[in-house]
Design a protein. Structure first.
Length: 140
């Protein structure tokens, strides 16, 4: 599925969540609770995302011309946001990932309900994902 289609589906799903802090953050935390745990072997500095108040690791993979991402965090909120974005960007071509900065999340108010530190961490997460995609462009 193309990122634009994934974006539209995600926006539709998110549109059913009432636009208040409690419901939005609850949704994100539920994503964190349901996310698959990344094995401890991958929780190393090479996969750590800088600029987050919490510990966050993004484990990227490139196979068959597509990028895949898994994430882990010591914060349920961060794990939920990272899970949402890793699921969104996974199974996509590098050029699609580079062209989509996840600003669509503001359309449904997710970024409005995050503290400035969390928004900064979100931006660092997207940058990490896109930086890996750029490195894959050179491989393909």
């Amino acid at each position: 599925m193309k990122l634009k289609d994934k974006q539209n589906a995600l926006l539709e799903d998110l549109s059913y969540i009432p636009d208040d802090r409690e419901h939005v953050l609850g949704y994100i935390m539920d994503l964190g609770k349901g996310a698959e745990k990344v094995p401890d072997d991958f929780l190393i500095d090479a996969f750590k995302v800088d600029g987050c108040m919490s510990q966050l690791w993004v484990v990227p993979e490139f196979r068959d011309g597509l990028c895949y991402y898994r994430s882990e965090s010591d914060s349920l909120m961060v794990k939920g946001m990272a899970s949402l974005l890793c699921d969104f960007y996974s199974d996509a071509k590098p050029d699609e990932i580079i062209a989509n900065d996840a600003s669509f999340l503001s359309e449904v108010g997710i970024s409005d309900h995050l503290t400035s530190n969390r928004r900064n961490g979100l931006s660092n997460l997207v940058s990490t994902i896109q930086r890996f995609a750029k490195s894959c462009m050179e491989k393909s």
